[in-house]
Design a protein around this ligand. Structure first.
Ligand SMILES: NC(=O)c1ccc[n+]([C@@H]2O[C@H](COP(=O)([O-])OP(=O)(O)OC[C@H]3O[C@@H](n4cnc5c(N)ncnc54)[C@H](O)[C@@H]3O)[C@@H](O)[C@H]2O)c1
Ligand SMILES: O=C(O)C(=O)C[C@@H](O)[C@H](O)[C@H](O)COP(=O)(O)O
Ligand SMILES: [Zn+2]
Length: 378
């Protein structure tokens, strides 16, 4: 039985109390927290990481080997290049060759692309083996590693193949953010700001009052933003893991779909740009677009709409896009998972922290919001 690690001072544990409960720990120097999360029966672990992040994966590998587990290292391509069927097949082949069984597990070390793909491989191997995520980007910590959405892209679009597979635990070691390039950290702030708009306005206040601290891995402001954003995500997913509440009409709140705020347009832009734009940057633009759409549809007040671009720009996120034409973006949005038949469905705000669904918006409103998006700063 692995020993339970003593709490490190300054470490926060956020319990995810769903049908498969697990903890998200946030703090510094948490390398020893992975082992106890794996469970007592695990004999062998596949550690998946982008090849360029070997230095961050090695201490995790050493800790597992030091505890007597056998480790299979599986390097993945960088970033979005990992989220392909070819990479999934190669990983399944490697697990098969090594004879991985249900007493074995997966650990991911990397950004959201790595946790998405590693989570998908864990979800599909033998119909599901345990996975512990060690996110090393801000975006991975506050969003991708938590909540069990896993997946990859196909030629038709972003995240179109995947599954819900909750992790056995998530270790957010803030020390890993020190090597993260600033642009990647700022990209993660796109999802942080999203959490502020859909659920926790204190996040917006913290970002607006100290945008420098928000982007500084050594700042207590960033640590507080991580804790608050994880809490937002946890609160949403425990109520609607499989994203079905929006259709049950749960008091108008769209359930897990709320976390998709800004993502309908973001995923369309990412696809149009061949996945070269960072996800959090695309989400920032997507939120500006959908706030404008909500204004045009008479759903959201001017001050809250304008706050989107102001807050995002304060941390250096883009607020406009003038690439692919409106028809191309609209066609890409049609394959979004929120669509039903030919009808586009968007998460909009009716007020701050009041996410709701806007189904089948008027074509004139879509075009006006698109035009407004093209006027923003990149
Ligand atoms: N499953 C979900 O709920 C969910 C939520 C949000 C986003 N996502 C997905 O997450 C992905 C984006 O994740 P991301 O923004 O973390 O990007 P990413 O995983 O592509 O990582 C960005 C880059 O940073 C590098 N990197 C990671 N950690 C580092 C570190 N500590 N030091 C130096 N370099 C480091 C990576 O190798 C990569 O090159 C997208 O595919 C998105 O769809 C999933
Ligand atoms: O966890 C969720 O649910 C989210 O929607 C979080 C998003 O930030 C994330 O980008 C997610 O992968 C998008 O989901 P998708 O179902 O539109 O692929
Ligand atoms: Zn996202």
């Amino acid at each position: 039985m692995p020993e339970v690690a003593a709490p490190v001072p300054g470490t926060t544990t956020i319990a995810v109390r769903g049908s498969s409960p697990y903890d998200v720990v946030v703090g510094e120097g948490l390398g020893d927290r992975v082992l106890p999360m794996l469970g007592a029966d695990v004999r062998r672990v596949a550690v998946l990481f982008p090849d360029g992040l070997r230095a961050l994966a090695e201490p995790v590998v050493a800790a597992l080997e030091g505890a007597g587990l056998r480790v299979l290292e599986l390097p993945l391509p960088e970033g979005e290049d990992a989220k392909t069927a070819t990479v999934a097949v190669a990983a399944w082949d490697a697990l098969g060759e090594a004879g991985f069984t249900r007493s074995d597990a997966v650990v991911t070390v990397g950004g959201g692309a790595t946790t998405d793909m590693g989570g998908f491989i864990a979800a599909t191997w033998l119909r599901g083996v345990p996975v512990v995520h060690v996110p090393t980007t801000l975006l991975g910590m506050v969003d991708a590693a938590v909540g069990g959405k896993t997946g990859m892209n196909t030629a038709a679009g972003k995240n179109l193949v995947g599954s819900f597979h909750e992790p056995a635990g998530v270790v957010c070691d803030l020390a890993t953010l020190r090597t993260l390039p600033r642009d990647e950290l700022v990209s993660g702030l796109g999802e942080v700001v999203k959490c502020g708009f859909i659920a926790d306005p204190e996040i917006l206040r913290l970002v607006e009052s100290d945008p420098e601290g928000a982007a500084d891995p050594a700042s207590p402001v960033l640590a507080e933003l991580v804790r608050r954003s994880v809490q937002v995500k946890v609160d949403v997913v425990v109520g609607d893991l499989r994203e079905t509440a929006g259709f049950a009409g749960a008091g108008g709140h769209p359930g897990r779909e709320a976390l998709n705020y800004g993502h309908t347009m973001a995923h369309a832009i990412e696809r149009a740009e061949g996945y070269t734009m960072r996800h959090g940057e695309a989400v920032a633009i997507g939120m500006v677009f959908v706030a404008e759409l909500a204004r045009r549809a008479g759903r959201l007040d001017d001050a809250t709409v304008d706050r989107h671009a102001a807050t995002l720009a304060a941390v250096g996120l883009p607020t406009g896009y003038d690439g692919a034409d409106p028809a191309t973006l609209q066609a890409a949005m049609k394959v979004d998972k929120k669509s039903r038949g030919d009808q586009l469905r968007f998460v909009v705000l009716d007020a701050l922290a009041t996410p709701r669904i806007l189904a089948g918006p008027a074509e004139a409103d879509l075009l006006a919001a698109d035009a407004a998006m093209r006027g923003g700063a990149r």
